[in-house]
Design a protein around this ligand. Sequence first.
Ligand code: PHE
Length: 379
Amino acid sequence: MDTAAIGSEARSRIGAAQSLEELEKLRVAYLGKQGSVSALLKTLGGMMPDERKEQGPKIHALREEVSDLLAARKAEMENAELEQRLKAETLDLTLPPPELPKGSVHPVSQVMDELAEIFADMGFAVATGPEIEDDWHNFTALNMPESHPARAMHDTFYFPAEQETQGNTSGAQEHRMLLRTHTSPVQVRTMRKVAQENPGGAPIRVIAPGRVYRSDSDATHTPMFHQVEGLVIDRGIHLGHLKWTLETFLKAFFEREDIVLRLRPSYFPFTEPSVEADVGFAIENGRRVLGGSGDEPGHGWMELLGSGMVNRRVVEMGGFDPGEWQGFAFGVGVDRLAMLKYGMDDLRAFFDGDVRWLRHYGFSPFDQPTLSAGVGAKS
Ligand code: PHE
């Protein structure tokens, strides 16, 4: 067959092809190794120069044409198929989507977010420190030397002695590693960091939420729990600032204007004077409801947190001159705040990871009922 005959045959057969498989067969029949166009191309080698000059362009043009025809027909088929699908497949956008599983925010995370938000409004930044702490930051720098009886208040998880950090200035005990028993070491770390980076760099206003550990376990104690520490260092700070800050925070947190605070003298080695803060509650339907004075008939006071003016020795160990800088600090159990606000009664359930409990007490990440509202929450 010559080029013209092959050309006209290819035009009609390719034009009539109905499927991609058929098209592929035609491609092989013309352009494949054994194909007729390929066979023509091979004849060029045996031709005399004059003949080749005449036939060469024709054969090459034929190969071009066949390959263009194949491509064009293929595109046509694909378009037709797409058209077909667009006609056949319609999406009903009015159908409700299937319900996707949605996680919930753990009450501890929720309360920590609320705390960060309330204190941010009062100009507090969030500070953090390690949960694996050394003896010095957890005790000594907080005015609890090795022999101090207050250390007995803490049932500490110590690491084996090999875990002690190396070097540094003083005795081995100070470098003994432990799981921090409170968030108060963050006070020391924050002060030292500020003093080092920027001498005289107060004021400091931070809260430090995080996990703490004590060897204790019953309905109201778990070996791991959460605290939030507060620390303010500035000039001329006094107990009045502490009281106002705690009152403002508790009213915002419990979303009640009638929260009444009672400060009671107490003792912590790292604060002087030390005060414990109680909140008044009433009994309604057999339940304690915060608000009002605890001295009213039928009311009571509930111990809520420890606080006080930062002991001048701690200010000093934090790297500040206690003659110039004063401050207050407080520490409160986050889990306890959550239990009080949201009405859970067993602390251990917080850490059991029971999804039924989480579904019941957890918070929607999108539609939060309270402060610290997520995306899409009503304002
Ligand atoms: N760290 C103390 C505790 O865990 C609480 C506290 C913090 C008291 C700061 C006073 C000041 O019991």
